[in-house]
Ligand binder design. Structure first.
Ligand SMILES: O=P(O)(O)OC[C@H]1O[C@H](O)[C@H](O)[C@@H](O)[C@@H]1O
Length: 545
């Protein structure tokens, strides 16, 4: 057994988990439950009252956090200690949204000046492109931006741009290409004019196969359409920590925006990786996004555990995963602009906490990161919510909704809000057999049919959910919301004592993919691998089954 599961606090939580009254009862016996179990910070309100938790539960969970040295671990991250021990790196995405007055030391050097210089360089670039000063090779202004990247170098810029659609510069269109499937870039290139298109190649390592291949294809297209090699600098810029590789590739050194080892890919939208966002919404709004995230950083670093939003959310999700066998967690955004957020949180959390050894190499004997999934409300209500209400799996849910819509037409937003709140209520209270029978009382069914149908209409309820509200979706509230989930992920990783900042599983896939590519291109059929892999490679070489 690990020290964690041996600890008395873990044992106490385990015993306590068997004795929590149904949430209906918890609400019926305490009219102040919402007041006690909600908090506001950084423009967000978290209602966590619809959870299987009593005051004792929370006390035990906070004690678990303290016993896991959570506060010291938070301090270590903000202080730039090498907490990504397997890659020997600091984890300082929080420095990207620090204020210019702060001083943050990584590897003996204050990194805030570099961060500020990069923001200034972004500012100059954004101003130049959006004012029309930056010209394409035929003297025309840029109309289309294509972000080429994958993983963290794609999802952050894409999802944040999508979320901040009301703030877009109407003169610019933005497209993203991630997949190495040639269809992805081909379909985009069909829409584009090489004279007015700017490609932003985003790759921290400048070594990711998909991104390199897509960028080469974009460059070939540009040259084939009439651009000259000497025009490439007007249409290709890069964001990378590997300047040497980018210049070798042919990117003008002035057009390279820096990245640093102390920023993980899935935490990088706050860096120059966010350049497509900045172009679309302007630098003032991009800085507001950073400010919102910074406010959440301050809250996370300074609020006591008992009033700390990321801590509370992290603990409650861990509560279900470790003590109620919940294997997944659903994120439901009641806002069309936030429809991509579940996918973003999926990468953030699953790539961070999909681990099974502790920092010192011991196998864990408890569940770590759950499957994160979700979608936009109300669409999901007409599909997978059925399983949330009546399925056998326990799936805790986060509901996220702005109080004011950017598109306040007719009754739309009232209906959206009532669906959101109605779902959390239904999940919590369920429907008893007596209630189901009462609903059928006046129907024409026989008594035995009523009993049968009523049985199918019973919903156990007691399904946990958090509700996160904001006044309006703005760059600042979005920054705070994303930082909240980053820190929630950190909290869980800290308690599980895993490294939330490496990704060796992903690396293995990359390496084996390269090996298979070599076999596909080899002179002879593959025979050195397992029988299945050999057969698949050789069928591919033949091009038919
Ligand atoms: O930015 P890059 O170096 O191209 O990396 C892009 C992505 O690829 C990897 O496989 C990682 O798992 C991601 O975290 C990363 O964001």
């Amino acid at each position: 057994m690990t020290l964690l599961t041996q600890s008395s606090i873990w044992q106490a939580l385990s015993a306590h988990s068997k004795n929590i009254p149904h949430m209906r009862e918890l609400f019926a016996t305490d009219a102040t439950r919402f007041n006690k179990m909600s908090l506001s910070s950084c423009g967000l309100l978290l209602d966590y009252s619809k959870n299987r938790a009593t005051a004792e539960t929370l006390d035990l969970l906070f004690a678990l956090a303290s016993n896991s040295q959570l506060e010291a671990k938070i301090k270590a991250m903000f202080a730039g200690e090498i907490i990504n021990t397997t890659e020997k790196r600091a984890v300082l995405h929080t420095a990207l949204r620090s204020t210019a007055e702060q001083s943050i030391i990584a590897e003996g050097q204050d990194i805030v000046p570099e961060v500020q210089q990069t923001l200034d360089k972004m500012q100059g670039f954004v101003d130049s492109v959006t004012s029309g000063k930056w010209k394409g090779y035929t003297g025309k202004a840029i109309t289309d931006i294509v972000g080429i990247g994958i993983g963290g170098s794609f999802l952050g810029p894409k999802i944040v741009s999508q979320a901040l659609r009301p703030y877009w510069n109407p003169e610019l269109k933005c497209h993203f290409v991630a997949n190495v499937d040639g269809t992805s870039i081909s379909e985009k290139l069909k829409l584009l004019d090489p004279e007015t298109t700017l490609f932003i190649m985003s790759s921290k390592s400048f070594g990711t196969q998909e991104t390199l291949t897509n960028t080469l294809t974009a460059r070939e297209w540009f040259l084939a359409k009439g651009g000259l090699q000497s025009d490439v600098a007007k249409h290709f810029v890069a964001v990378t920590s590997n300047v040497a590789k980018a210049t070798d590739f042919g990117i003008d050194v002035d057009n390279i925006f820096p990245m640093w080892d102390w920023v993980g890919g899935r935490y990088s939208l706050w860096s120059a990786i966010g350049l497509p966002i900045a172009l679309l919404i302007g630098m003032d709004n991009f800085r507001a996004l950073l400010t919102g995230a910074h406010q959440m950083d301050e809250h996370f670093a300074n609020a006591p555990l008992t009033e700390n939003m990321p801590v509370i959310m992290g603990l409650l999700s861990l509560w279900y995963g470790n003590f109620f066998n919940a294997q997944s967690h659903v994120v439901l955004t009641y806002d069309h602009y936030l429809r991509g957020l579940p996918a973003y949180f999926q990468q953030l959390d699953m790539e961070s906490n999909g681990k099974s050894v502790t920092l010192n190499g011991t196998d864990v004997d408890y569940s770590t990161g759950p499957v994160i999934w979700g979608g936009e409300g109300t669409n999901g209500q007409h599909a997978y919510h059925q399983l949330l209400h009546q399925g056998t799996a326990l799936i805790p849910a986060d509901f996220i909704m702005p109080l004011q819509s950017h598109n306040p037409i007719g009754e739309h937003h009232d209906q959206l809000a009532s669906n959101c709140f109605g779902q959390t209520q239904a999940l919590m209270q369920g429907r008893t057999l007596d209630e189901a029978l009462a609903e059928l009382a006046n129907s024409a069914l026989s008594e035995s049919e009523k009993r049968l149908i009523a049985k199918h209409k019973v919903m156990p309820g007691n399904k946990p959910s958090n509700t996160l509200l904001m006044d309006k979706l703005t760059p600042s509230t979005l920054g705070a919301l994303i930082a909240l989930y980053e820190h929630r992920t950190f909290v869980q990783g800290a308690i599980w004592n895993i490294n939330s900042f490496d990704q060796w599983g992903v690396e293995l896939g990359k390496n084996l993919g390269n090996d298979v590519l070599a076999r596909i291109g080899a002179e002879q059929d593959s025979d050195a691998l397992d029988a299945s892999s050999n057969a698949l490679i050789n069928l591919y070489r033949q091009g038919k089954i």
